[in-house]
Structures are given as structure tokens and as C-alpha cells.
Design a protein around this ligand. Sequence first.
Ligand code: FE2
Ligand code: FE2
Length: 260
Amino acid sequence: MNARDKVRLGAVADIHCTKNSQNMLRPLFEKMSEEVDILLLCGDLTDYGRPEEAHVLAGELTAVDKPILAVLGNHDYESGHEAEVTEILRTAGVNVLDGDVCEIDGIGFVGVKGFGGGFGRAALEPWGEKAIKRFVQESINEALKLESALARLNTAHTVVLLHYSPIEATIEGETPTLYPYLGSSRLEEPLARYPVTAIFHGHAHKGSPQGYTRNEVPVYNVAMPLLKRLFEGQAPFRILELSLTRHARTSYEQPSEGQI
Ligand SMILES: [Fe+2]
Ligand SMILES: [Fe+2]
């Protein structure tokens, strides 16, 4: 199989870059750039969403000479400067997706942040106070954004970047009372209506690394703290290799030394 027959994705989330992270993230990004063809960063790129943190991250990402796709996380909104953070990262060459799609080497990518709300029968319903309805509406809006982005793609592979989880399985390990804040099964609904190859998310630092949607699509929690704990001593990113010759099927590489 030559290089054009397969594409390697490398994913990580919850980098939480601070103004003191200079030269600390660069080794990770250098390793990712060596090992994979496309980098996926699934939110909480900065710690407080401050522009100075985004500038530090942009500096660290100069180690990368591959395409970088990203979504923001809740931390990137904390200071109210998410538009500036996005602009700094875009200027640094990062394709920040917010209901957007892009296509690289025949693979379609969709990215939205997502939101909380809980899962299944425990999902919060839009009932009662206006504040509850606004909260649920935010969750619905993110799911609609995901749905309309998915509808725009017609590629053999579609890969989805989220910050919040669309399923409960990949947040297991977290305190159950936190589940409503870690994701929403409303995000799973559009994922079940369109052909999707793989889904990456973060946010649940103490969650589980892998689960499946009800359509058996793999969901990877790539929160950096989780990957660091699971694969101690190795670079904390996950690799997914996609075959471009076998329609809509993936071959997943298990972690080996220096790879996750
Ligand atoms: Fe985080
Ligand atoms: Fe988060």
C-alpha cells in the first residue's frame, strides 16, 4: 500500500495551553507531525481562552508541517475571547471548525464543539424555567450544526471532531453526577443518520478511551490527561489509519512505542 492509499490521523484534546507552555507542547506536536498526515485537536486548546495562550499555542504548532484541524472547547470560551483565539489559530494555519466541513485527501472532516445535557432517558428536557430551555436549546443548536455539516459531505470517509461526548461510554470513569456536563446524546442523533467513519472528542479527562455509537461507529475520547494515564511514557495522541482503497472501512492501529 503506497502513501496515497492510506492516511494517518493523529488526535488529541484538552491540551490546555497556558502562557507558560512555551516549548512544553512542541515535542508532542513534532512527534505527531512525524507520525501522522493530519492532526486533529478536539478542544480545550487553551486553559482560559486567553489570546496570549493562543499565541503560545500558535508558536508551539510551528513544529507541525501537516494540516491541523481543530474545534474549540469550553475552556476556549472562558474569557469571552473565543473569536480572537480562533483568529490567532487560523492565522497560524489551524483550520478551526465550528459547523464547518473540509476535505483532505478524499476524507471529509466535520467539527463542532457540542454541548452538555446528558444522555438517553436522563437527558435534560426543555421544560420549566427559561434558563433550562436556553441550556437545552444550546445543545440542540450544536446538534443541528453537526447535522447540517454532515449533510454537506459525500466522501468515502467522514471523520467528526467534537469537544463534548456524543455517547456515555467514553465518559465512564468520571463521577456520574458530572455526566450531564460532559456531553449530550442529542449529538449522537445526526451521527446515526449519516455515514461516519470515526468520531473524536475530549472534555472527559477521566473518561474511557473508546466506545461506539448505536450504529457501531467508533468514538475515541482523546483527552490528553486520559491518554497520558493510559499510555504512560508515550506521546499522548491517538492514531487512526484510514484506508482510502477500501470504501468506508478503517484499520485502526493499536498503540505501540511512541504511538497512541
Ligand atoms: Fe479539558
Ligand atoms: Fe472541556
